[in-house]
Design a protein around this ligand. Structure first.
Ligand SMILES: Cc1ncc(COP(=O)(O)O)c(C=O)c1O
Length: 297
């Protein structure tokens, strides 16, 4: 699978209301979304034939577009239906789902008031975001040079394509040094998140995580906070300074793609893959399974 280029996978892509053969889902080179990053997207996972928290993801897609000043021309219910139908059509039980909405190619220039809003959904098999063997031992993170911007500088609550420019640059720089990913600080110098996942730390049995005031408050983040509370664990959402990393015992990332991934290293700091991280990893893998799959066991 890794050797097949993504634009040559099999099946269909839902594009503006129709299921088109995978290789025909193309756009023009003068697409506004490509030149000016007027695009928003989602990342979802299906488990056992059902997309986990589908409605929350589709609502976030609508909200991301609203924050960028455009309206998606399909309702949340229509997009949910398109995703569910496409998942069946692709024939996958476990898969990754990528909806995207973008301004089209009718007009070039910063202003694109009348450009068509396009929407597409692609679904493919994507088993693990990080190397599964590394995931069990805890992944290694570098500290990124780029910082999450001030929310007055960029629409940080939107899952906007443009915000990923600094993520790709940070992840590439980390990979060039042999790390799996990078931890990003925010514009104030506080700990923010990884390049595609939220971050948590454990100290003295309590969980500490940065307040999501300039980065995505992940759907997985909120799910894992709920799971931790179900275990009676205390969650402290607060500003975390990079110097504090020395005192934390465990660290893990959360995200739709990353799921719950323990971290063993961030720059000079070391963490153990401890009970809390392992338990939450396990709780999450149970929570994502459709209710009917669990009932059948
Ligand atoms: C930059 C960034 N932060 C956090 C997250 C986690 O969000 P979620 O749990 O909703 O997937 C993601 C993944 O989508 C992300 O790309």
């Amino acid at each position: 699978m890794a050797s097949v280029p993504f634009d040559q996978l099999d099946g269909f892509i839902w594009m503006n209301g129709a299921f088109v053969p995978w290789g025909d889902a193309k756009i023009h080179v003068l697409t506004h979304g490509l030149h000016y990053a007027s695009a928003v997207f989602e990342g979802e996972r299906a488990y056992g034939g059902e997309i986990f928290k589908l409605n929350e993801h589709t609502e976030r897609l609508h909200e991301s577009a609203r924050l960028l000043g455009f309206k998606i021309p399909y309702s949340v219910a229509e997009l949910n239906d398109a995703s569910t139908t496409l998942l069946k059509k692709q024939g996958f039980q476990d898969a990754y789902v990528r909806p995207i909405a973008w301004r089209g190619s009718e007009q070039m220039g910063v202003s694109a008031q009348n450009n068509r809003i396009n929407v597409a959904i692609a679904i493919w098999q994507w088993p693990s975001y990080f190397d599964p063997a590394q995931k069990l031992k805890g992944i290694r993170l570098d500290v990124a040079e780029w910082r999450r911007p001030d929310p007055r500088t960029a629409p940080s609550r939107s899952k906007a394509a443009g915000l990923y420019m600094i993520c790709t640059m940070s992840k590439h720089a980390a990979e060039a040094k042999g790390y799996a990913d990078a931890m990003m600080l925010d514009w104030r110098g506080q700990v923010a998140e990884a390049t595609g996942a939220n971050i948590f730390f454990v100290k003295d049995g309590k969980i500490h995580t940065p307040k999501p005031d300039c980065f995505l408050d992940g759907i997985t983040r909120r799910t894992v906070i709920g799971l931790a509370k179900d275990r009676g664990l205390e969650i402290i959402e607060r500003a975390i300074l990079p110097e504090e990393l020395e005192g934390f015992e465990q660290c893990f990332l959360t995200g739709t793609a990353a799921e719950v991934t323990p971290v063993s290293e961030i720059g000079p700091y070391r963490f153990e893959v401890g009970e809390i991280a392992k338990n939450l990893m396990n709780d999450y893998s149970i929570a994502v399974q459709p209710k009917h799959a669990i009932a059948a066991e």
